[in-house]
Design a protein around this ligand. Structure first.
Ligand code: AMP
Ligand code: MG
Length: 329
């Protein structure tokens, strides 16, 4: 996928911004400057666009992404802010601070962007080009660093071009970025907790809160990509039902998570069946992964039979998530 696109480089002038907004609205991938690094933007409400973003970066895992918005009012429509979250947003937005807050049931951000979690990471970036795009687009935009997985974060449009040419639709050149470090991430779920140190120092946050931050324990997973997981913060989505992976039969009463056009006879008649992609398209399957798992879980079954998903492309990240969801708890 996306290896032979024409990648347009546009200036951060009104015509370039307008082109970027139109491209996002069509489900395209647009790199643009934030005050930290260049982000690779996609419409956070569009599961297929977010799936294409993972494919373009070549990430082997679906980690939850940060939804970027132009201001606190827009953020308030996507997350539930307690008094700590409100205080931090008032004090530091726009700026290099990401807040993880509970996600309301009507949150329009797609399940793939939050990796199926009941929480959402939100940020208002402090960069005139990023804010103009977010304001004009009017929907939240996920924007992880605009580089291939495992490569260094880009601080210039030319870095993005070198790394992602042919894999994304557009790059908005707004000159070099200033901070060069990632945002600080604070969870405001129960106790305000530092999840990732970054561009905004802990002392400034504690001063605004007028109390110390709790510090999260890091799970033994991949160092820089895994979300930290204290108390209520699940490190990854886990269904209540048991998962049986790579199976071609379904036991009585079991729900089926299918993939592709050819369903084995033993599965076709399951009472509860959802197909990740009837066409066998891995981008579509990725976009549906978390919402289908949630829907099957809501059906109240004890077990979900999951058909094999090929390991190529996004299949690697899909299989990674399925394996974690199947791990005994
Ligand atoms: P970035 O690499 O700057 O795009 O930040 C993405 C990081 O934000 C992820 O790797 C997670 O560590 C963190 N994150 C995003 N959403 C959540 C969430 N709901 N809960 C905890 N951490 C999150
Ligand atoms: Mg990165």
């Amino acid at each position: 996928m996306t290896v032979d696109l024409t990648t347009r480089l546009v200036s951060a002038d009104p015509a370039g911004i307008a082109a970027a907004v139109q491209c996002l609205a069509r489900g395209g991938l647009v790199a643009f400057p934030t005050e930290t690094v260049y982000g690779l933007g996609a419409d956070a409400t569009d599961g297929a666009a977010v799936a294409r973003l993972y494919a373009a970066k070549g990430r082997p895992r679906f980690n939850p992404l940060i939804a970027h918005v132009p201001d606190l009012a827009a953020a308030g429509k996507l997350g539930i802010f307690n008094s700590d979250a409100d205080r931090l947003a008032q004090a530091f937005w726009p700026g290099p601070l990401t807040l993880v807050v509970p996600r309301p049931p009507d949150c329009p951000v797609c399940d793939l962007a939050t990796a199926g979690l009941d929480t959402i990471a939100l940020r208002v970036p402090d960069h005139p080009v990023a804010r103009r795009i977010l304001r004009d687009f009017g929907r939240p935009v996920v924007a992880p660093s605009a580089n291939r997985s495992g490569h260094v974060s880009p601080t210039q449009a030319a870095h993005v071009m070198a790394d992602l040419r042919g894999r994304i639709e557009m790059i908005v050149d707004g000159g070099p970025t200033a901070v060069g470090v990632e945002s600080t991430i604070v969870a405001c779920i129960d106790e305000a907790t530092l999840l990732r140190p970054g561009g905004l120092p802990r002392a400034a946050i504690e001063e605004a809160l007028r109390h110390p931050l709790a510090r999260a324990a890091r799970p033994a997973e991949s160092a820089d990509e895994a979300p930290l997981a204290p108390g209520m913060l699940a490190s990854h989505y886990a269904p209540r039902a048991r998962l049986r992976l790579r199976v071609k039969d379904a036991e009585p009463g079991e729900a089926v998570l299918a993939f592709g056009p050819d369903l084995p006879p033993a599965m076709r008649h399951a009472k509860v069946l959802l197909n990740l992609s009837p066409a066998g398209d891995l981008v579509e399957a990725a976009a549906n992964l978390f919402s289908h798992l949630r829907a099957l879980d809501r059906a109240g079954v004890a077990s979900i039979a999951v058909m094999p998903v090929p390991p190529e492309g996004l299949g690697e990240a899909i299989n990674d998530r399925l394996q974690r969801a199947a791990a005994p708890r």
